[in-house]
Design a protein around this ligand. Structure first.
Ligand SMILES: [Zn+2]
Length: 481
């Protein structure tokens, strides 16, 4: 049974009048660029959401904001630890480690009367850091439902926003407590409001690192098949040259972009193949402008030349990288640029075009992707977990993890990529690890995902910022190893 421990805003506000004394002093997070700013009001609502939830679901009638989590084992972002316990208080992890030590400390705090302790039994489960999706589009839905062109041209922004709120909820319930959302694809700055709605506790969803509109060279990223006499809206913001690029980067940052995304190449014009767009000097200018405000730049890049320019221009991650070469991957390694391979998007698109997976031979594009992904691994490139989810269903983010294993990564390396590695790549200094003083963003799955990656789908518990959003109580005991 799913218990979604989230209450609509109205109820939270109502409860807050009664129980305001339960809230302690606000401390800002230590890394302000991407960290979720928690206003005293938001924090109050969150604490009270949980208080409300407990009285609603467990009928304890008591304020609780201290948890002892008892899974069979903990993946801390790097390794598996059998029998570990995790103690969470408010929005942070307080202590992680051996059962005896953690339980003694947690119970001591209970007897001092400061924080009544709630025991969360997660028998049969592996507890992991909340997963970090590296490449999502919450404003898109699968292309076999509606083509990208039609989503951009025919869907009202209000419709797209309504869908996005549901996508955010599905993402969180699947254990993804953070997403790097790489462009609204024609939905203007609507990711800003979505992020705020999640922050303010109006809707459940993951923490969001947002790119807003993204940047493209003029004419390069639009719905296709129209007469050149018609001006078709683009999927991102067009800008070129010195002044216009600086203005566009600053405008996007001013409106709320945490990261600047550029399209370093695209299938533009009549030839239908990916060709570079921005000049190297233009990319350097974008990167410098974004960096001066403390924000990274990342690039959509599929062609070898587009990738080369994005790497030399200073982009921190490359998205897709389909036509990378051993030389390009070696350059990425040397410059410390991570690859977000988006294997699941390519796999999904090939199937939308008619490929019957498991029956037909793999199309050329898929065969090549296997080869280039292997080349990236061999070159030691840091792999950022990110599936380009939106091309396929939100909440099905695990599909990329399964494909990373299918294409040659060890399951434990995939888990590292989706937690501690992505946190590092995205400058999230308090996420991606189960560690003292880190955000209490946690997911428990039944089974042993470091052996069977698909176990990441068996989500039983999701906590974000110390608030429980999901807790399924019927658990089967873990089979003996
Ligand atoms: Zn994308």
């Amino acid at each position: 049974m799913n218990k979604i421990l989230f209450l609509p805003n109205k109820r939270l506000v109502k409860i807050s009048h009664k129980l305001s004394s339960a809230v302690s002093v606000w401390h800002p997070p230590s890394f302000p660029t991407f960290a979720e700013y928690i206003t005293p009001f938001t924090r109050l609502k969150r604490s009270l959401a949980f208080i409300g939830v407990l009285s609603l679901i467990h009928c304890t009638g008591m304020a609780q904001n201290s948890f002892l989590l008892k899974p069979d084992r903990v993946f801390d972002g790097l390794e598996i630890h059998e029998g570990w316990r995790v103690w969470v208080r408010d929005e942070k992890i307080v202590l992680v480690g051996e059962q005896k030590t953690v339980e003694a400390e947690a119970h001591k705090s209970q007897t001092s009367g400061r924080n009544p302790l709630q025991i969360i039994d997660l028998k049969g489960c592996t507890l992991l850091p909340g997963f970090i999706e590296g490449h999502s589009h919450l404003f898109l839905h699968p292309y076999n439902e509606t083509t990208w062109d039609d989503q951009v041209l025919k869907e009202a922004r209000s419709l797209r926003t309504a869908r996005a709120t549901l996508h955010a909820q599905k993402t969180l319930m699947a254990g993804f407590t953070t997403v790097r959302d790489l462009g609204t694809e024609g939905a203007e700055f609507d990711d800003v409001g979505l992020k705020q709605a999640i922050h303010q506790g109006i809707i459940p969803g993951p923490r969001m690192i947002i790119a807003t509109k993204a940047l493209i060279a003029t004419g390069s990223y639009a719905p296709k098949g129209f007469s050149p006499d018609i001006d078709v809206p683009q999927g991102a913001e067009e800008a070129d040259g010195h002044d216009r690029l600086i203005q566009a980067v600053r405008r996007q940052i001013g409106k709320g972009a945490d990261v600047i995304k550029i399209y370093a190449d695209y299938r533009w014009g009549l030839m239908g193949e990916a060709r570079p767009t921005f000049l190297l000097d233009e990319i350097k200018l974008i990167v410098e402008t974004a960096r001066s405000s403390g924000r990274p730049t990342i690039a959509h890049a599929g062609s070898a030349e587009g990738m080369r320019r994005a790497i030399l221009g200073g982009c921190e991650t490359l998205e897709h990288g389909d036509a990378g070469t051993p030389e390009i991957f070696s350059l990425m390694h040397d410059k410390g640029v991570a690859l977000c391979p988006t294997l699941a998007a390519g796999d999904a698109v090939a199937q939308y075009r008619g490929w019957k997976k498991g029956t037909d031979q793999e199309p050329e594009r898929i065969k090549n992707k296997r080869i280039t992904f292997k080349q990236a691994l061999d070159a030691g490139v840091t792999i950022c977990f990110g599936g380009d989810v939106g091309v396929f269903s939100h909440g099905d983010n695990a599909r990329e993890m399964e494909m990373m294993v299918d294409y040659g990564m060890k399951p434990i390396d995939v888990l590292r990529s989706a937690t501690s590695t992505n946190a590092q790549i995205f400058h999230l200094s308090q996420a991606g690890n189960v560690k003292a003083n880190f955000w209490a963003d946690l997911v428990a799955v039944e089974g042993r995902p470091e052996e069977h990656i698909s176990d990441v789908r068996k989500v039983k518990f999701v906590m974000k910022n110390g608030v429980i959003f999901r807790h399924d109580t019927s658990l089967n005991p873990m089979p003996a190893k």
